[in-house]
Write a protein that binds this ligand. Structure first.
Ligand code: NAD
Length: 319
């Protein structure tokens, strides 16, 4: 078994690698060649969450699990609150193949998913990017969004405004003007990424103009919510996986309210394979409910393992 430690990941897997790997995974899911197993997520108390995301990609030869969660006390220890590790197994024998640090990979695969949705669903003339949220993940989302569109400017809102300068610095690094705005000014954006851990809607229908694409990435657990239910009910809905969207994603609340059913939600993979045409008009609001699937984690971990093997990196252990 090859151990690929967290410290090696930045040199092994690029944001572009993540885009390619996640697109292939979503397409494989849409073709029925890959599927995710049900998510296990447990509250450990004191805000700590722990769980498992896993799946099998027959065509890609990937079987595995990401174990990890959210440990809010970590910031005080100088380490990131999100901690995860990916384990890959041989799908034929079940033998362990690799253990891969999953923290940066999670950030990259999450950013890749929202960027893919923007690439395929946002209007081609989109020039203003809105970001709701300014935590650890927000900068990754911004960097990935800049790979798929040329933005004129970025506007950002966060409940905790003192966190916005860090996001502004990422925009600055990319030569993009950044402005901190009130939520009512999100109506200026043609694409809005939401990436918060909010338990209640921040972004309301009145904050979103016609033709906007929303990439809602923060809601990955029961009880979280970023967007007003009426806005979800009005949008054409896309997701990484329908089963997760209706249970732990942004759509969970609209489903509970009876505004949306599973059959209304299109897997992004279907757009990637051409089975669904995606956006139907310039006025339509499209919403990608990015819940984060185990197969995304396996796909980027497999890239890390392949690169490590090619370069003779990592630690080989007998198991
Ligand atoms: P973080 O802890 O670094 O940042 C949290 C963000 O949420 C900050 O911007 C904070 O100001 C904001 N926030 C906190 N409470 C809020 C509230 N009540 N209302 C509005 N905003 C609030 O977390 P992060 O790493 O940036 O992740 C953000 C979210 O994305 C988390 O919910 C995380 O679980 C989720 N996430 C999803 C995926 C996926 O695949 N969909 C992957 C990684 C993270």
């Amino acid at each position: 078994m090859l151990i690929v430690p967290e410290a090696l990941i930045a040199d092994l897997v690029s944001p572009e690698d993540a885009l390619v790997a996640v697109a292939a995974t979503f397409a494989a899911m849409a073709r029925g060649e890959a599927y995710n197993f049900p998510v296990v997520r447990e509250a450990l108390g004191e805000g700590r969450q722990y769980g498992f995301k896993s799946g099998l990609d027959r065509a890609g030869g990937m079987l595995g699990v990401k174990a990890g969660g959210y440990f809010p006390g970590n910031a005080g220890r100088g380490i990131t609150n999100h901690q995860s590790t990916v384990y890959l197994f041989d799908p034929d024998s079940g033998r362990p193949v690799a253990m891969v640090g999953g923290n940066l990979l999670t950030a990259l695969r999450t950013a890749a998913a929202s960027a893919l949705s923007i690439d395929r669903l946002a209007r081609t003339d989109a020039r203003v990017l809105g970001i709701v949220g300014a935590g650890h993940q927000a900068g990754f989302q911004l960097r990935a969004a800049a790979r798929v569109r040329d933005w004129d400017r970025v506007i950002g809102w966060n409940l905790h405004p003192e966190m916005l300068p860090k996001l502004a610095a990422v925009a600055d690094e990319m030569g993009l003007p950044f402005e901190a705005v009130g939520l009512e000014r999100m109506v200026e954006a043609e694409v809005i990424i939401t990436i918060t851990s909010s338990p209640a809607a921040s972004l309301m229908a009145a904050h979103v103009g016609p033709g906007t694409h929303l990439a809602c990435m923060g809601t990955d657990t029961k009880g979280k919510q970023e967007v007003e239910v009426a806005l979800v009910g009005r949008a054409r809905l896309f997701t990484d996986e329908v089963a997760q969207s209706v249970s732990i994603g942004e759509a969970q609340h609209a489903v509970a309210a009876g505004l949306v059913a599973a059959g209304d939600i299109v897997p992004l993979g279907a757009v990637l394979t051409g089975a669904d045409a995606g956006r139907r008009s310039a006025e339509e609001i499209t919403l990608f409910d990015g819940t984060g699937v185990g197969l995304q984690d396996l796909a980027v971990a497999a890239v890390a393992v392949q690169r490590a093997q090619e370069r003779g990196l990592g630690i080989e252990v007998a198991v």
